[in-house]
Unconditional design. Structure first.
Length: 137
């Protein structure tokens, strides 16, 4: 009896959305991939999206339920005939993985050239704090 309840509970959890769905605009692909991998590995389904896996039909089905609940409706309808999680994972990767080539260098550039946007206001605030500190002594 407890195994049946446990299975129902786990299946109910598959229908919940734990993080934002993959948007069709590609803006959240990198974070979505990371979140999906972590979630699938944590729930014992990580092998379903790896080449040469020996996942059972049940594991593949649960992974497909999870993936379909976490992609945009338009993508869902586009991949409606796909029934293997590895196939949909690779298809999404081929479609969106170039984001790493675009986003990562831009983020690194912005990080190395990070400056205060309003340095005058920051300097003024620092000077006022210094004067206030001097006045208190």
């Amino acid at each position: 009896m407890s195994q049946i309840l446990s299975l129902k509970f786990r299946m109910a959890n598959l229908t919940k959305v734990e993080f934002a769905a993959l948007d069709i605009s590609r803006d959240n692909y990198l974070s979505w991939v990371l979140d999906a991998k972590i979630y699938l590995r944590a729930n014992g389904f990580g092998q379903t999206i790896v080449d040469g896996n020996d996942a059972s039909l049940e594991e593949n089905a649960k992974t497909m339920i999870f993936l379909r609940r976490h992609i945009h409706e338009a993508l869902n309808s586009e991949y409606v005939v796909v029934d293997e999680p590895l196939v949909i994972w690779k298809a999404l990767g081929e479609r969106y993985d170039h984001q790493r080539m675009v986003t990562l260098p831009r983020a690194r550039y912005e990080w190395t050239h990070l400056k205060f946007q309003d340095s005058v206001r920051v300097q003024l605030c620092y000077a006022q704090n210094y004067l206030l500190d001097e006045a208190m002594w």
